[in-house]
Design a protein around this ligand. Structure first.
Ligand SMILES: NC(=O)c1ccc[n+]([C@@H]2O[C@H](COP(=O)([O-])OP(=O)(O)OC[C@H]3O[C@@H](n4cnc5c(N)ncnc54)[C@H](O)[C@@H]3O)[C@@H](O)[C@H]2O)c1
Ligand SMILES: [Zn+2]
Length: 674
């Protein structure tokens, strides 16, 4: 590569800008963070050496990327910055030295700066604004100056208080934190997506970003996001003293903060803390990619100020990506519920940061081709926050002789049917939906799983037993199993057989949303299922719906509508069978998360300002109450905004308690999680 520094800088700028869009807008990065950081630092270095190369639109001058236009935009009162990075103890010490220089301390000063260390949560930063204690706005960071308005989405996160509690809540406060997913929830979301034929998320960070940047906040509600707060943008009437003090104050107002933090008397203690946490971070149920080191004293912070995109008083120490070499012993092929055939590398087991890794996903044929992974190859695998280890690259220098490129089998390893790959799709499938044993197995596992019919006591092995014994050829057969059929099976006894049959009997009564999940229609995950259930109410109505009617359900796109229609057409016999064996799906609403408003019924009327009416009604239902459209003697409260008319009059006539919107908001629990 013989390009001039200026050409190279231009190329890096374009390339980084492209990765930014993939990462921040589409939540689907092409390269790992470590690779991105390498390119970024090359550009920083070039620009430092050749300051004339700096352009105002260089990624080094900006944070993130401009918000997607699909959302309303929010201008941050104070910019939301990024952080400078340190990759070694030396760079941490340089950071400390720079800070001291800036504060005008002599080179050989004995004075120490105290730092607060916090784990760097690997999610996406959000900003929340509370006015008079009430949550009024939530936004993404966007490009630092302007973010996306995701208020409705953030309100679905149970740990975010809708109202602050405690003493001296500021009239206006804007706080920042990180939204993220635990590993468990990430795995659940991905297995659901895999099952419904949707692309899986590469890591919890992308899944969190994808979940939060949903136009339909009901999808967000179905993903159990968490937020921990770590900074204050603005707080009227408060003059903060220290970072540690702020974290305690936030907690006192009911705002969740990360449990880990360490006050260090000087940079040596910081270096020791960073080393100590490198082990601990691998035991956590969420991703962290480093330690954020902040000058604890706010007077010093103010004096240090900021450069274009990052404060001078904080730095993010990033742990090296966890990469290890190992050998691909075998490439296994799995058949999923929808027939998707997924290659999996079986690895010589190695320890990557304390976790023994024996497998890595290879995604699909395109990915295998791109990396040219072959059986016998030495590969670099990585767990850089990612829960599922991935193959980064092949060490071609170590390739033994006689290896051949890997091709997915032309026939299904389970049933032998010729596989197909649709035009424009990355996935190869077994088309034998009716009788492929592998598909049946995974379909049954999916059918009984927690978010589907939630049938206890039926694990993978048990289901395999049923299939082998020829007892079950589709999920409906589960409900006709008899004690006589079960008893001859291995590891089965009277009591267990009775329990299983009892459990199956109970779970015949289910909700339409659960049943739709259980059916495993492509493109219909939990979110889509609950929208369709709300839109149609009963399976009968849904079965009669045209593609156009299906597509009219909010956020059910044409692809999903077509997929549902095709599935219904191809499965009439199965659906009839389900109902003939007694499976009944009731129309349903989202299950309440608490009984805070149990037995209470609300009517909202007039103009509301803090909530949309839909939000307010959803909140009431989520808290176990009822929301009605008209006032009757059964109504507990009427919440009336400006312009309320006949409903207000009726309430007064019936002597029903009338609330202002503020009074209603004050009735909400501190956190909707209660
Ligand atoms: N793979 C890609 O294509 C790609 C593209 C763009 C960016 N990236 C990654 O994103 C990084 C840039 O993102 P960035 O600007 O968010 O910078 P950053 O990740 O280096 O650090 C700043 C961020 O850290 C987060 N954070 C977590 N815990 C925190 C805490 N306790 N206190 C303060 N902040 C905390 C905040 O969200 C803050 O905005 C890059 O270094 C790269 O790793 C990757
Ligand atoms: Zn098959």
């Amino acid at each position: 590569m013989t390009s001039t520094p200026s050409e190279r800088a231009a190329w890096l700028r374009t390339e980084l800008a492209r990765h930014n869009v993939l990462y921040y807008i589409h939540d689907s990065p092409e390269v790992s963070d470590a690779e991105y950081d390498k390119l970024y630092h090359e550009l920083v270095k070039l620009e430092t050496e050749n300051p004339e190369l700096v352009t105002p639109d260089s990624p080094t001058q900006r944070v993130g990327t401009a918000p997607a236009s699909a959302f309303g935009s929010v201008t941050h009162k104070k910019p939301m910055l990024s952080l400078g990075n340190a990759f070694s103890a030396d760079e941490l010490r340089e950071f400390d030295a720079r800070a001291k220089r800036h504060l005008g301390l002599p080179e050989d000063t004995q004075e120490k700066i105290a730092y607060l260390c916090e784990l760097k949560l690997d999610g996406l930063s959000v900003s929340l604004t509370y006015e008079n204690g009430l949550l009024v706005r939530g936004a993404t960071r966007g490009d630092g100056a302007t973010g996306e308005d995701i208020t409705a989405n953030l309100k679905t996160i149970p740990s975010i208080p809708l109202r602050l509690v405690g003493e001296n809540v500021p009239a206006l406060i804007e706080i920042r934190g990180e939204a993220f997913l635990t590993h468990g929830e990430f795995a659940r979301i991905n297995s659901e997506r895999e099952a419904s034929g949707e692309p899986t998320f590469a890591n919890p960070r992308n899944a969190a970003a994808g979940s939060l940047r949903q136009l339909d906040h009901r999808i967000t509600a179905g993903r159990k996001l968490k937020v921990w707060f770590y900074a204050v943008g603005e707080a009227s009437g408060w003059e903060p003293e220290s970072q540690r003090g702020w974290l305690e104050q936030l907690k006192a107002w009911g705002l969740p903060t990360a449990p880990e933090r360490q006050l260090c008397a000087d940079i040596d203690e910081v270096v020791a803390t960073v080393a100590a946490w490198s082990e601990k971070k691998n035991t956590l149920d969420y991703d962290t990619d480093g330690v954020v080191v902040k000058v604890n004293d706010f007077t010093l912070q103010r004096e240090l100020g900021q450069v274009s995109r990052a404060p001078r008083w904080a730095i993010a120490y990033k742990y090296p990506a966890l990469q290890v070499e190992t050998v691909v012993e075998e490439i296994l092929v799995q058949v999923g519920r929808t027939g998707a055939i997924t290659p999996l590398a079986k690895l010589a087991p190695v320890s990557v940061a304390g976790v023994i890794v024996g497998r890595a996903t290879l995604h699909n044929q395109d990915e295998i081709d791109r990396k040219d992974v072959r059986v016998g190859d030495t590969v670099v695998i990585q767990r850089a926050g990612e829960v599922i280890p991935e193959v980064v690259q092949v060490v071609t220098a170590k390739r033994p002789e006689g290896t051949v490129p890997f091709k997915l089998p032309a026939t299904c390893p389970s049933c032998g049917t010729a596989t197909v790959r649709a035009e424009g799709e990355a996935v190869t499938r077994c088309p034998n939906a009716e009788s492929c044993p592998a598909q049946l197995q995974t379909r049954l596992e999916y059918f009984v799983s927690r978010n589907a019919l939630n049938i206890d006591g039926l694990g993978g092995e048990r289901l395999a037993q049923f299939i082998d014994a020829g007892l079950v050829r589709d999920p409906a057969d589960l409900f006709t199993l008899t004690k006589e059929q079960l008893l001859p099976l291995e590891r089965m006894g009277e009591k267990l057989a009775d329990n299983l049959i009892g459990e199956l009997e109970r779970k015949k009564n289910t909700t339409l949303a659960r049943l739709l999940v259980a059916l495993g229609i492509r493109h219909v995950g939990e979110g889509g299922a609950s929208r369709l259930a709300q839109g149609f109410g009963t399976l009968e109505k849904l079965r009669e719906a045209t593609v156009e009617q299906l597509a009219q359900v909010p956020d059910v796109g044409l692809t999903t509508a077509q997929s549902v229609r095709t599935w219904l057409d191809n499965n009439t016999a199965f659906l009839d069978k389900l109902s003939s064996v007694g499976v009944v799906a009731q129309g349903d609403e989202a299950a309440p998360v608490s009984d805070h408003f149990a037995g209470k019924s609300f009517v909202f009327t007039g103009a509301l300002t803090l909530f949309t009416r839909e939000d307010a009604e959803a909140t009431v239902k989520r808290l176990g109450g009822r929301a009605a459209g008209s006032v009757s003697k059964q109504t507990s409260y009427v919440v009336a905004g400006p312009g309320a008319g006949s409903k207000l009059a009726k309430a007064e006539q019936l002597g029903i308690t009338v609330l202002t919107e503020d009074e209603f908001a004050a009735m909400l629990p501190v956190s909707a999680e209660e």
